[in-house]
Design a protein around this ligand. Structure first.
Ligand code: FPP
Length: 261
């Protein structure tokens, strides 16, 4: 019988193959904090924007790898509500990249059955970017292979506050009774409503914090941190993260399953 999770083992030293990963359940939802673009550029004496450009390339590879592995949901943190504090030149470069990414990739993503969805407050983004995102969301709405959520001008706390406001408005309008409010109903008001919570959260570049990403949704997520700078993140890193995830025991607050003892 297929055992769900094996005992914890040390990190495997030889490269993991996708075939090995298929022996155990895949994470349904992987979420990534793509950190280290700036350091990657600095190490090479390049402007930070060059790091973001290479970061977009790394993202392309990871989207493909997730599709190939049959992971149904991927969320990436592309721009946080705090990123507006960066120099205008860098913000413009990031917005330009976003526009370029969607313009260049939309057809390929669509052909590969990728559904695109932005989460976060799009109102403050350049109009061109918003139009492109809305068009990409419409065009890919029926795709079923990979649901790619791009967090843009996203902040976990702001998302929770927005959900509370909407829920309160629905209570006032008589659509919801306060006694009906429980976790599942509340979660349906978040911008991630309707999709499974992330099983695995990856953060690159050595930082070990959540930075306001998916605060409600990460209650039972497994975290995987690595020193690699995001532009250097390859599918082999993803395989390693999934391998490690598959060898952890998730207990969701319960006891260890008999089978894993
Ligand atoms: C963090 O690295 C990264 C970001 C703030 C942006 C992530 C954006 C991309 C990967 C670009 C592509 C995205 C799309 C959707 C086109 P950092 O700049 O904070 O790096 P540092 O900590 O080394 O300075």
């Amino acid at each position: 019988m297929l055992r769900l999770f094996r005992q914890r083992q040390p990190e495997k030293s030889k490269a993991i193959t996708p075939t090995e990963l298929t022996q155990y359940p895949m994470p349904r939802h992987v979420a990534i904090i793509m950190d280290g673009n700036g350091r990657w550029a600095k190490k090479r004496g390049l402007p930070r924007a060059a790091g973001h450009r290479s970061g977009a390339e790394a993202l392309r590879g990871v989207v493909k790898a997730c599709g190939d592995l049959g992971i149904p949901y991927l969320t990436v943190y592309a721009f946080s509500t705090e990123n507006w504090k960066r120099p205008q030149e860098e913000i413009d470069a990031l917005m330009g990249l976003l526009i370029e990414y969607i313009e260049k990739e939309l057809d390929v993503l669509n052909k590969n059955e990728v559904r695109i969805k932005a989460i976060g407050n799009l109102n403050q983004l350049p109009e061109k970017a918003v139009k492109l995102i809305e068009n990409a969301e419409r065009k890919t709405a029926a795709n079923k292979r990979l649901y790619l959520q791009i967090a843009l001008n996203y902040g976990g706390r702001k998302d929770i506050i927005r959900a509370v406001q909407q829920l309160a408005a629905d209570v006032l309008a008589g659509k919801v009774r306060s006694e009906q409010i429980e976790e599942q109903l509340f979660a349906s008001y978040l911008s991630t409503g309707g999709i499974p919570e992330p099983d695995l959260i990856i953060r690159t570049a050595g930082e070990k914090r959540l930075s306001n990403f998916l605060l409600w949704e990460c209650a039972y997520s497994e975290f995987w941190f690595h020193e690699v700078l995001w532009p250097d993140f390859h599918k082999e890193h993803l395989f390693q993260a999934i391998y490690d995830f598959q060898h952890r025991q998730r207990r969701f607050g319960g006891l260890v399953n008999e089978e894993n003892k």
